[in-house]
Design a protein around this ligand. Structure first.
Ligand code: UDP
Length: 234
């Protein structure tokens, strides 16, 4: 395996599968299978999952809810997804721990860096729920920060496209995929890979990002083997 410890970022929206909102059980099971296969290779896996399938802070203002309240709702949404993923992984026999950025002791452990690292060393899949616990951040920023804190070697951003393209591949047939990009090139070309906060954290801490198609069976394993899948930004 190319890596010993990875941080996998999954969006909440991806969990919807073919549904318009919520959690698609088939998609959840598919992701759990992928993570199980990756875990069986012996690498240490941390996961951050988003909440966009349930609620995003930016939606709040339209509903007359202030932004900070909305962001807290968004963080709780990520926790719901994290709990669903934890159960799906446990159903496959994996050992897991859910660590929360917000204090919600009946449901999840609080995030404590040394404890998170210890769980990883023991081979437990660690899921970070509730973001970093602060409003005005995203789960992409959470992924970058937690990866740095836990000394993960790479952030694997699992999406529904197989990498970063020069144009939107869903709208342009001629779009070409970048195999590799430097942080500087990605910035200069204005490619949106993660939000600025998340991207800058990776850039300044020399933490590589791989954007890849998580919906294609076997892809996660290919990425951790170091196969040329997706786009590597370093
Ligand atoms: N959020 C937050 N702080 C964090 C992480 C998340 O306030 O540290 C809130 C924010 O409102 C965000 C929502 O949680 O919109 C859901 O996360 P995100 O939008 O990143 O989910 P994804 O797009 O990956 O599904």
């Amino acid at each position: 395996m190319k890596y010993k410890r990875i941080l996998l970022k999954l969006s909440g929206e991806a969990l919807m599968g073919s549904q318009s909102h919520g959690i698609d059980p088939e998609r959840l099971d598919q992701y759990a299978t992928e993570i199980q296969r990756a875990s069986e290779t012996g690498i240490q896996i941390a996961i951050v999952i988003g909440g966009g399938n349930i609620f995003r802070g930016v939606q709040a203002e339209k509903a007359g809810i202030d932004r900070v309240q909305g962001d807290h709702m968004g963080m709780l949404a990520t926790l719901i997804n994290a709990m669903a993923l934890q159960s799906a992984l446990e159903n496959k026999g994996l050992k897991t721990r859910l660590m929360s950025g917000l204090k919600i002791d009946e449901v999840a452990e609080q995030f404590i860096r040394r404890r998170a690292v210890r769980h990883l060393e023991k081979g437990r899949v660690v899921i970070f729920g509730a973001g970093i616990g602060n409003p005005y951040f995203t789960t992409d920023s959470t992924a970058s920060l937690r990866a740095i804190e836990t000394e993960s070697e790479v952030v694997l951003k699992g999406t529904r496209v197989d990498g970063v393209y020069d144009m939107d591949p869903e709208k342009n047939e001629d779009a070409t995929r970048y195999e590799t990009l430097s942080f500087g090139d990605a910035l200069q070309k204005g490619l949106s890979i993660m939000d600025m906060t998340a991207f800058t954290l990776c850039k300044e801490n020399k933490l590589p990002i791989i954007v890849f198609d998580m919906n294609k069976p076997g892809n996660l394993q290919k990425v951790i083997q170091g196969d040329n899948v997706g786009t590597l930004i370093s």
